[in-house]
Each structure stands twice: as structure tokens, then as C-alpha cells.
Design a protein around this ligand. Structure first.
Ligand code: AP5
Length: 221
């Protein structure tokens, strides 16, 4: 049977969604689609979309639903999503979840949770590659050579929204928006919650085995 797997990763900023999604993408050969990465790339290119979303990104505010939904719809219609995808950072509002249900209903939604103190420490130490977007942490996932990406050699940078005052804004927004999304997917029997307090090398195998169990249940593994 041909496998098609539509995954959604949700959870607070800095819980590690991008880190786990990179590992799952490699393991199952499906694209990792991060709305945050798409927007940051557009800002870097100075495109019309980039100019529209820059204000929100720099302040940790949500980009309006109609913009995000159109971007996701267009991205999921590309060829590489035929066998599935991992959506990281979408949906973030109930309106986005309802829209997604209409054009690409997810099979499985992984909800990552961690303590606030863990999250703040992760975000304050995060470094990202200015070219390929690979994610590092000064303490937990340091690159081989400080300040340089292991994968492509480009310089590592601090994201503009990883400043302490913006982190606080992002966490507050998350708390406001998320409980209806969690109930929405719980009601549909699609939600699995995973504790992400442990280090990434311990969390990643739990994520992979959860997905494998799901696939086995559908006779796809
Ligand atoms: P986005 O890029 O999606 O940011 P986010 O959801 O706030 O999530 P992050 O990327 O900050 O965290 P993550 O959970 O992926 O953690 P990571 O793996 O990097 O969105 C940015 C902005 O775009 C939003 O504020 C908004 O403006 C806009 N936007 C995006 N989507 C939108 C939408 N749908 N609607 C409206 N607006 C939208 O890990 C964090 C750090 O911890 C790293 O340094 C990593 O190395 C480290 N780490 C990860 N896991 C572990 C672990 N288990 N142990 C130790 N360290 C770890």
C-alpha cells in the first residue's frame, strides 16, 4: 500500500517542533513545512509577502489567518507533498485548524509540551543557520565550530523574535490561542501529547515510535 502521512506538530514556541520535524522528515522522507521558516525566508528576500508579514514576525504577533492559510494551501499543492508532509507551526488559531480540515485534513497531530523554564532557556540559547535554517543551541546542540553551520558552513544568527521581551509575548499568545485547537483535535481523535522536557536525543525516538505505531495501526508499516 502506498503510504501518505499528513502530520501536524503543535506546541509552544521553543518546545522543539522544528528540531523533531527535521528528524521525522529525514526518517520518513516527507517535507518539513514550517510557516515561520517560509515567512522568514520571504522577509529575507524582501518580497511583497515578506513586507506584509515582517511587522508581525518581529513582534511575535500572529500573521493574519487569511495570509497564512493561502501560503499553506499553495505550499501543500506542490509535488513534494504527494506522499504527505509535516506542518510545523500551523494551525495556530481555530480558524486555521478549520481551514486545514477543509483542504488537507491531518492524520495525526502531535502536541509537544514542556515547562516554561525549559522553553525560555531553549529560545534564549537558540542559533539558526542564516542560509539553510538548521537549528542549534549553544548548550544543548552546539555546532562543531562556534557560530558556523555544520551542514553548509554559513554563519549562525539569533532570531529577532528570540529577544526576551518578544519571547514573553509569544508565550502569552500561545496560551491564549491554543486550548481550542487542542480540544478541536482531541474531539476528532487525532491528538497525541508528547512530553518534550527531556533532551532532543531522548525525545526524537519517542516521536518516531509514536508515528510508527500510528502507521502500523493503519497497516502502512
Ligand atoms: P515559528 O517559526 O513557527 O516559531 P514558533 O512556533 O514560535 O516556534 P519556534 O520555531 O520558536 O520553536 P520550535 O518549537 O520549532 O523550537 P526549535 O526546534 O527551534 O513562527 C515564528 C513567527 O511566524 C510567529 O511568531 C508568527 O509571527 C509567524 N507565524 C508562523 N506560523 C504562523 C501561523 N500559523 N499563524 C500566524 N502566524 C504565524 O527549538 C528551540 C531551541 O531548543 C533550539 O535551539 C533547539 O536546538 C533546542 N532544542 C529543541 N529541542 C530540544 C530538546 N528536547 N532539548 C534541548 N534543546 C532542544
Amino acid at each position: 500500500m502506498k503510504r501518505r502521512m499528513k502530520l501536524v506538530f503543535i506546541g509552544p514556541p521553543g518546545v522543539g517542533k522544528g528540531t523533531y520535524a527535521q528528524a521525522v522528515s529525514q526518517r520518513f522522507q516527507i517535507p518539513h513545512i514550517s510557516t515561520g521558516d517560509i515567512f522568514r525566508e520571504e522577509v529575507k528576500r524582501g518580497s511583497e509577502l515578506g513586507r506584509k508579514v515582517q511587522y508581525y514576525l518581529e513582534r511575535g504577533l500572529l500573521v493574519p489567518d487569511e495570509i497564512v492559510v493561502e501560503v499553506v494551501k499553495a505550499r501543500l499543492s506542490q509535488d513534494d507533498c504527494r506522499r504527505g508532509f509535516i506542518l510545523d507551526g500551523f494551525p495556530r488559531t481555530l480558524a486555521q485548524a478549520e481551514a486545514l480540515e477543509g483542504f488537507a485534513p491531518p492524520d495525526l497531530v502531535l502536541n509537544f509540551v514542556a515547562d516554561d523554564s525549559v522553553i525560555v532557556e531553549r529560545l534564549s540559547g537558540r542559533r539558526v543557520c542564516s542560509k539553510c535554517g538548521a537549528i542549534y543551541h549553544v548548550k544543548y546542540m552546539p555546532p562543531r565550530f562556534p557560530g558556523t553551520c555544520d551542514k553548509c558552513g554559513a554563519p549562525l544568527v539569533v532570531r529577532k523574535d528570540d529577544r526576551p521581551e518578544v519571547i514573553a509575548e509569544r508565550l502569552a499568545l500561545y496560551r491564549e490561542q491554543f486550548s481550542p485547537i487542542i480540544s478541536y483535535y482531541e474531539r476528532r481523535g487525532k491528538l497525541v501529547t508528547i512530553s518534550a522536557n527531556a533532551q532532543a536525543p531522548e525525545v526524537i525516538p519517542v516521536v518516531i515510535s509514536t508515528i510508527e505505531r500510528f502507521l502500523r495501526g493503519r497497516g502502512q508499516l
